[in-house]
Design a protein around this ligand. Structure first.
Ligand code: FES
Length: 103
């Protein structure tokens, strides 16, 4: 999230219950990192699917035309956070998420 980006929505990461706020222009992966949460990732361009996770609630848009998801996966709520930008507050299921810094 850039320093000019206005905070617009809240992201909740389950099952940990971690929360962070972000605007509507960064990807979920980028903003999580800026908030000290490391989500699984590799390519960061929507092809490898390392970041694949379940969207429990909310809606996203994609920064690329063809993210590496089937229509069925999209309908089941799977998203790719490296190329997904929130349209509203979200809850994600990411059991492998880690904190970058311990409190
Ligand atoms: S990190 Fe490769 S698809 Fe998201």
């Amino acid at each position: 999230m850039s320093s000019e980006e206005k905070i617009e929505c809240q992201i909740t990461v389950q099952p940990q219950g971690w929360q962070y706020q972000m605007g509507f222009s960064s990807t979920i992966l980028e903003s999580a990192l800026m908030s000290g949460i490391k989500l699984p990732s590799s390519c960061r361009n929507g092809t490898c699917r390392a970041c694949l996770c379940k969207l429990v609630s909310g809606n996203v848009r994609y920064t690329i035309d063809w993210p590496g998801l089937s229509m069925e996966e999209k309908q089941e709520g799977w998203i790719l956070p490296c190329v997904a930008v929130p349209l509203e507050s979200l809850t994600l299921e990411v059991p492998l998420a880690m904190l970058l810094f311990e409190n």
